[in-house]
Design a protein around this ligand. Structure first.
Ligand code: ADP
Length: 447
């Protein structure tokens, strides 16, 4: 109440003063002039208020304008309060805008395509990924109907059906697919999320293929083993109804099949160790020259009666890495060279340092060679060009996959060059070269 009186004080004072003055003039001069002064005073008061109202209206129209300086008590209070709530509103708006910008930035950075739509499917915002997926041209297309950007009947049916508890798989090609989800935010807004699931589908297919391949590889030797075991247990009869006894040749076949399964399991374990990088061994400095020489010698002895194995190994090449893995890669290349080169053929291993410092290990054969179309797929697990030759020579189809992963660990690359019927060259390029001798020399110089 007091506050109200304080605010009204100046106006009341002016009105009382005006009344007293009018009364005095009415008494002293004439009632007519008293009324005129009263009307003129009231008119001035109204004019002053009108001026302030117009000032307020103008000020409110321009959000950037400063608060005008007002001397009148009541009006200065009104301007002060409006200015205060206006500032608070501006701060809140700025805060909300900042928050919205932050949310948009977060949504924009998501790898998923995000489209915010109104209840009538009008696009109100989308991130860059969604622009690419749906072909929306940024803000120019905001407000347009989402269905205008979808030319897939399945997707349209999914969006129109409105049953969004399940996702929809939008397949663009055998290799490209998106998972669509619609999340309802409130009665007026929803978010359409498009996630690229191509890579996930590729990995799932690879996993399925892998399991199918392993099962297939194990089934053949197991069937053979089961056959012989049945023979031993129940005794089988041949075409002439004569009982077939288990013979040493059968036992050696069983041994062979068991060996095939063992090789497969060993290769699978090696591959899994390489793929998961579970080797907890620390990299070590070892002589690549000694390793290549030893492997070549082993292969020469192994193929002494069938192939001519030669080598040219540069001395004192040392590298940092996992000798077991590099050994496994070179052994696989050398045994492959023997297996895919007919008897009488030549295998040559070569180790050298190139002018640019790269180390090069090549395994060259003059064997059956590989057709150009097969070369890019050779390092895939279980990919074989000549299936029967691979199996007959004890292959698991995992050798080159092991080579690939062993090399990946060493930042090394495998290059395959081949001519069908003439032979192949498998070249490993390793980056760093450490010459222990050079280092020793340097240390001696420094000393
Ligand atoms: P495998 O156990 O079948 O040899 P790899 O992964 O070692 O499996 O090799 C994959 C395929 O690449 C082989 O099946 C074979 O067809 C082909 N291959 C590998 N090395 C050679 C080579 N030196 N000459 C010709 N073909 C080769």
């Amino acid at each position: 109440m007091l506050k109200r009186l304080r605010l009204m004080g100046p106006v009341l004072f002016r009105l009382v003063l005006l009344c007293c003055t009018s009364l005095a003039i009415a008494g002293l001069v004439s009632p007519f002039w008293g009324i005129i002064v009263l009307i003129a005073g009231l008119f001035l008061e109204i004019l002053m208020d009108l001026n302030y109202i117009v000032l307020l209206a103008q000020w409110l129209e321009d959000p950037e304008a400063q608060s005008p300086s007002v001397s009148s008590g009541l009006w200065s209070e009104i301007f002060y309060r409006v200015s205060r709530s206006r500032k608070a509103l501006q701060t809140n708006t700025r805060r909300l805008q900042d928050r919205e910008a932050r949310y948009r930035k977060t949504l924009a950075a998501l790898p998923e395509g995000i489209v915010v739509v109104k209840s009538d499917w009008a696009v109100s915002w989308c991130n860059e990924t969604a622009e690419r997926i749906f072909g929306i041209h940024g803000e120019d297309d905001f407000g347009r109907h989402l269905f205008a950007f979808v030319d897939n009947a399945g997707v349209l049916a999914y969006l129109k059906a409105g049953r969004f508890d399940e996702a929809y798989t939008w397949r663009l090609s055998p290799e490209k697919a998106f998972e669509l989800r619609v999340v309802t935010v409130d009665r007026k807004n929803a978010i359409v999320v498009a996630r690229d699931i191509s890579e996930q589908e590729r990995l799932d297919a690879m996993r399925r293929d892998f399991v199918a391949n392993v099962s297939h590889e194990l089934r053949t030797p197991l069937t053979v083993l089961m056959g012989f075991l049945d023979m031993a247990l129940h005794g089988l009869t041949d075409d002439n109804n004569k009982k077939v006894e288990l013979q040493t040749s059968h036992l050696s076949l069983m041994r062979e099949q068991a060996g095939r399964m063992q090789r497969l399991i060993n290769d699978l374990l090696t591959l899994s160790r390489l793929e998961t990088g579970s080797s907890d061994k620390k990299p070590e400095v070892f002589s690549l020259s000694a390793l290549v020489s030893t492997i070549t010698e082993e292969i020469r002895v192994m193929a002494i009666n069938t192939h001519q194995v030669t080598s040219a190994v540069a001395p004192d090449i040392w590298i940092t890495g996992h000798p077991d893995e590099i050994r496994s890669a070179i052994v696989n290349l050398m045994t492959n060279a023997v297996r895919y080169t007919p008897a009488g053929g030549q295998i040559h291993a070569h180790l050298a340092v190139r002018d640019d410092g790269m180390i090069v290990i090549s395994v060259v054969d003059n064997g059956i060679g590989i057709a150009p179309k097969d070369i890019p797929r050779l390092t895939e697990r279980f990919y074989r060009v000549d299936k029967s030759r691979s199996r007959d020579t004890g292959g698991t189809g995992l050798g080159l996959a092991i080579v690939k992963h062993a090399l990946l660990h060493h930042n090394a690359r495998l290059k395959i060059e081949s001519t069908l019927g003439k032979g192949s060259t498998f070249t490993i390029t390793l980056p760093a070269v450490i010459r222990v001798k050079d280092e020793e020399d340097q240390q001696q110089h420094a000393g």
